[in-house]
Design a binder for this molecule. Sequence first.
Ligand code: A2P
Length: 263
Amino acid sequence: MNQVVEKALRGMALLKVSNIRHWTDRTFSFNCARPAGFRFRSGEFAMIGLMVDGKPLLRAYSIASPSWDDDLEFYSIKVEDGPLTSRLQHLQEGDEIVMRPKPVGTLVHDALIPGKRLFLFSTGTGIAPFASIIRDPETYEKFDHIVLTQTCRQVNELDYGHDLVARIRGDEMLSELVGDKLQHIATTTREESPAMGRMTDWIRDGRLAAATGGPLDPATDRVMICGSMAMLQEHKALCEGAGMSEGSNSEPGQFVIEKAFVD
Ligand code: A2P
């Protein structure tokens, strides 16, 4: 390795890629072995990427696996002209990615005050941090009812989420922990499916309340939101309208938000 590359890689971890799955022509997931000593809190993100022209090209990616897992899982969008994802989508088993091993983020239990119901609202690849949260035992210790929602344009974009929940239910240890606490609501907006519409509309017109046992209640409900900027703003306004305040790592609150990765 030449000295320039060596210098660029200082402080970075090199991770070997496995289990690459292309879910749609716009999304894929892959795993990496967790480097020794790398710890994170479920729901956090890290900077990952590839070496391009001797320099690391990094983007923020939510870690989709839970903090206890030996593997790190990532769920990514493919953007045709995206500087990173146009390259990352061609990863092959055994290739290496780089990661800055400093996880951060607000979609973590530490940023929420205790409650009874936990709503995890996502669109598209915004489901990634919640794939981590819903496989973390702490979630089921802290909450009685967890509602994971994902809204996508097309039906096949929901496959990753359906597979994730099926894997949880099929896992002996996790399924015991999860019991009947986890509810999954998957909706589409541009293709016919059993459940249609944006979740923001479901909140406003009472469909979410009907499906989950009651409207958002600031006394007992906690919310995490991950998606596009427009989606975050709309959900945030709905939370605030319901009397909730935004939390952070230093000052926990009733809801937290984070932008899903875009490239
Ligand atoms: P829609 O098809 O009605 O725009 P995108 O790919 O544009 O990020 O959208 C992913 C999903 O998020 C789509 O189903 C889209 O619905 C939905 N969406 C887009 N903007 C919002 C918003 N402001 N609030 C809630 N859902 C949204």
